[in-house]
Design a protein around this ligand. Sequence first.
Ligand SMILES: Nc1ncnc2c1ncn2[C@@H]1O[C@H](COP(=O)(O)OP(=O)(O)OP(=O)(O)O)[C@@H](O)[C@H]1O
Ligand SMILES: Nc1ncnc2c1ncn2[C@@H]1O[C@H](COP(=O)(O)OP(=O)(O)OP(=O)(O)O)[C@@H](O)[C@H]1O
Ligand SMILES: [Mg+2]
Ligand SMILES: [Mg+2]
Lengths: 257, 257
Amino acid sequence: KPKIMAVANQKGGVGKTTTAINLSAALARLGKRVLILDLDPQGNASTGLGIQPSSRQHTTFDLLMGDRTLAEIALPTQVDNLMIAPATQDLASADIELGQREGRIRLLRKALVGQASEPYDHILVDCPPSLNLLTVNAMVAAHSVLVPLQSEFFALEGLSQLMLTLKQIRQSANPALRTEGIVLTMYDGRNRLSQQVEQDARDALGDLVFRTRVPRNVRISEAPSYAMPVLDYDPVSKGSQAYLALAEELLERNAPI
Amino acid sequence: KPKIMAVANQKGGVGKTTTAINLSAALARLGKRVLILDLDPQGNASTGLGIQPSSRQHTTFDLLMGDRTLAEIALPTQVDNLMIAPATQDLASADIELGQREGRIRLLRKALVGQASEPYDHILVDCPPSLNLLTVNAMVAAHSVLVPLQSEFFALEGLSQLMLTLKQIRQSANPALRTEGIVLTMYDGRNRLSQQVEQDARDALGDLVFRTRVPRNVRISEAPSYAMPVLDYDPVSKGSQAYLALAEELLERNAPI
Ligand SMILES: Nc1ncnc2c1ncn2[C@@H]1O[C@H](COP(=O)(O)OP(=O)(O)OP(=O)(O)O)[C@@H](O)[C@H]1O
Ligand SMILES: Nc1ncnc2c1ncn2[C@@H]1O[C@H](COP(=O)(O)OP(=O)(O)OP(=O)(O)O)[C@@H](O)[C@H]1O
Ligand SMILES: [Mg+2]
Ligand SMILES: [Mg+2]
């Protein structure tokens, strides 16, 4: 059975999509069978992996509505062992279309649980920048939540609200939901602010903060314009090294004792 | 009557709050009476201007619900000529609380229009990273929309969707809505990607793109941790100069012929 991990943070632009794409690619490089599930109407994960808008016939919106199965919407990417469930703007209407439906926060869980036969080791869900119905669906379906934390001032402000939301979901719809960890992104060791954010995060959250920090690295921001993860775009860059180290640390943390 | 401008882009982390705070402060420096209206449940504009959570008794949520007037919620900031209507997490429930209410997309417009006596020249509305009920309320209430565009690959992708949404709002709820312009943010002239985004934006949108570009500047990202706009934190920084130039260009564009 696949380990389902939501990549979430309601603060915008903190590196959710970048982490979902590059961590998935790193896990695939380490031999894991991975699926990225794009749950953001912006469809950045789909674009960043080269899925043209014209080939997004069936999307995660159809999966949520129960019209298609995961097997019917999953597409291959240019990365071995990595598939993607693509997204389009249709998802933006989910709030309205699904707003009054019974069990509307469990639609993704229902769609994924039924896929017991699925050949994936990991499913990473890229969430939109908000604590809306889509993100709640991801948290109810997931075994754990990975939180990218930009090493900037505003980023810390939203963290306590996010942890509160996770607690509420744990108490109501998904008691088994774990916090996989907090990943510092766009880290710049020369910048006092980055150091301060790291210090504050480790003081407040201890071991929940991954040892691996993802540095600010221009090769990471260039890679999506070539429709590939940074591991393929520039394998020796600091960005690639960081995401490979993050994948190894993730597997280490989850290794059976 | 105040000119109401929504600062909006559903892509996260592109510099909406940073532009709302610093452009407002620059307009105030040029002698305009300005109000920032924080419409994001994250409350980053309120925090960035030093409004402690404990002093956000009455917020934009109360304004939307019709329980308080603008005059009752506006608070002074440390900047002359600049007031703020603060936000808290309560706003996050607006979608649910207001979801079925008649005229729910005109609530902000109704609350602001009634304030004809208000002493402001400009009202800037800081929007959350989504095209949800809050952002739609801002677009229906506003005379124009200012779009911060991060000089990165994913940022261009969302722009066509945003322009489409503006067109739909213009055709239905707010025929007078103008596009104030597109502001390139976090611009790095040495970075090929930044140059490419600028080229693509100017090719597609022409004069809608402001001449002034806001450079990536560490003083801009440090300023909110001192609860002040970059103009007060480091008046000679490239960030301060850019936002002052942007304010002047904005006034020039709107000067009576
Ligand atoms: N470590 C990094 N170094 C440099 N640039 C980065 C890094 N991580 C992300 N970026 C860039 O920063 C921008 C924001 O990242 P990304 O889009 O992944 O964030 P997000 O949290 O998914 O945003 P949204 O809230 O809109 O979904 C992108 O242009 C991306 O290329
Ligand atoms: N020109 C700049 N130079 C350096 N850092 C910047 C610049 N503009 C914004 N930032 C930083 O980038 C981050 C994102 O900016 P900001 O929070 O203003 O974006 P936003 O669009 O309001 O985000 P959200 O989508 O979450 O509302 C912040 O940490 C901010 O300090
Ligand atoms: Mg994203
Ligand atoms: Mg903001």
